[in-house]
Design a protein around this ligand. Sequence first.
Ligand code: BDR
Ligand code: CA
Length: 314
Amino acid sequence: MQKVIFDTDPGVDDAMALLFLARHPEVDLVGVTTTFGNAPIDITTNNALFLRREFGFSAPIAKGSGDKYQPGRETHPFPTFIHGDDGLGNIGVPDMSGEPLDPRPAHEFLIDMIKAHPGEITIVAVGRMTNLANALRVAPEITRLVKQVVIMGGAVDVPGNVNPAAEANIHGDPEAADAVMVADWPVVLVGLDVTLKTVMTRSELAALAARGGPAVELLDRLSQFYIDFYSGQVEDAMVVHDTCACVYVVAPELFVTRPGAIRVLTTGIGEGKTMQKPDGMRFGPSAWDGLPSQLACMDVKAAELLALVEETLV
Ligand code: BDR
Ligand code: CA
């Protein structure tokens, strides 16, 4: 079993990823931490509480920061045109303030759990990297204690989705993402290079809902708004961005990875761009010296990945 903490901004595709983790037999979901991103932090946290009730899992949920890593950093608008005003496709999520929330802020929850299970915790981060960067700032020693950090984020060799260079999770708090990439812990970047290849059509999702019970029916219902958006961009389908990162945890053999240091542009017209210096490439002295080698996913066996997702969700 793999102990996983899911750092998430639910979020339509986050919801599918959460159900995948809750249902996969090799995953022990030991915590959920919330981040802002697809919606403000109060909404994403309410959504996490709602999904825990609807999906029937019991992992603790800790609320993350609503502010960016660097004090005073300007905020960006929330992508209501992709995830709806409520972050879950405008289905009308109820108020979940009566549900138990872990008393610790997300970064403290992460630190405590990592120290309680040295070498065992995989963090799957699919929102802004703010909670992870805050945890590193307070307790840098956790880098030695984490098994791996698997991130849905970035666009290494392909265009971005918020500007021609940057992907949303990285662009939304670029200083936090850079701090996470250069930390000396094993990072795997599951970015748009692979996630845009993993699409589940509207009709495939409907077919899954017909045999997957109430949780998958809910997924199908809350995904319609998001699919409407992607039908104008990619195809009439659900891009399963965040689930892709979860699949890496249980089936890394489905991915082609490239090793090398990764950094994030924090200013300028390419703000939020993830860049990799593949191992073996040499320059003169530069800001790339001495950085840890991380993995960027460059290709994926999409059909096999989607088959695994379907088999796990139902
Ligand atoms: C990422 O941004 C969010 O909208 C999605 O939930 C996903 O994590 C895709 O760029
Ligand atoms: Ca997300």
